[in-house]
Each structure stands twice: as C-alpha cells, then as structure tokens.
Design a protein around this ligand. Structure first.
Ligand SMILES: [Zn+2]
Length: 173
C-alpha cells in the first residue's frame, strides 16, 4: 500500500483520492482534512488579493479564466456538492427560505426602492445602453432590442444627450 505523510498534520495516510486531493494527475502534499480546514482562509485570501487588485483586474482575471471556471462549475461532482450544500443550508433553517416573496418585499421595501433608485441614477449618469435605448424607444418609437443593435444610432443618440446636458449645464450657470 502506498502511503504519504501529510505535510501539515504529519499523519501517515494511504495515498488515495479519499485522503488527498488529486490536482492535474498528482496528489497534493497536504491531506484533505488539512486542506479543507484551510478552505475559508484560502477563500478569504483570494478575496483580499482580488480586492487589492481592483475591480478592473478582477474582471480581467474572470475573462481570462472564464472557460475553465464555467467548466469547473458544470462538473457533475461539483454540481452535486453544490446541491448538497444548498440542501444542508436549507435544512438548517427552512423558515429563512420560506418567507413569501411578497412579505420579503414588504419588509424590505425601503431598501429595495433605495437600491433601485441608486441603480437608475448610475444608469442615467453613465448613459448605459439600456437607458439610451429606452430614450430612443420613447422618442423615436424604435423597439429597444432593435435600437441596441444599431451601434451608429446608439452612439449618435448618446452624443445628443451629452450635448443637451452640456447646454442645460451652461444655461444654469
Ligand atoms: Zn493533514
């Protein structure tokens, strides 16, 4: 029987997938028990590293690894683990999940409205595609999906709004 001494807890264990994670065809040096103990720490370190890099780098990293991240989360065993975790969490406190949507909305009305207002404010300020397309629909009666596909129209209309804002701003002064 092949064994390995865990690099962290120094326990001798049978070298198998029950005891050690298999990464790219090789068993890693720390046993599963030790690795899993450090899981929250690793997740925290990763979050901190990404926070330090900033949102742009975060997005870049995601784009770069998107394929492998998505492939990972689609693996049957990963899906099963995720479902089991979800079930376990639900079993812990079913009442938490059984609040009817309407009741939740009623309770958090203020906060939901506030978030929505903030979202809209940013959308309008940045002249997001969704906002520009909505204005095109309102003023020119061109369906939103159609307007969004028309890059020239979108850019022209965006520039027009910018111009209007500039004029308003100058008139107020
Ligand atoms: Zn160990």
């Amino acid at each position: 029987m092949c064994t390995r001494v865990c690099s962290m807890c120094k326990t001798k264990k049978k070298l198998s997938e029950d005891n050690f994670h298999l990464v790219k065809g090789k068993f890693i040096s720390a046993c599963k028990v030790c690795r899993n103990k450090n899981k929250p720490l690793h997740a925290k370190q990763r979050r901190e590293r990404l926070a330090a890099l900033g949102i742009k780098e975060h997005i870049e990293q995601y784009k770069k690894h998107k394929e492998s991240i998505l492939a990972y989360h689609k693996q049957p065993e990963v899906v099963e683990r995720r479902n089991n975790l979800r079930k376990a969490k639900y079993a812990e406190n079913p009442a938490h999940y059984n609040v009817p949507k309407r009741e939740y909305k009623q309770k958090n009305k203020e906060r939901i409205n506030e978030l929505q207002r903030e979202k809209d404010r940013r959308r309008i300020e940045r002249l997001d595609d969704s906002y520009v397309a909505l204005l095109i629909y309102n003023r020119l009666n061109i369906p939103i999906a159609e307007a969004r596909k028309n890059k020239v129209l979108m850019e022209t209309y965006r520039t027009l709004i910018k111009l209007k804002r500039l004029i308003n701003y100058n008139n107020k002064r």
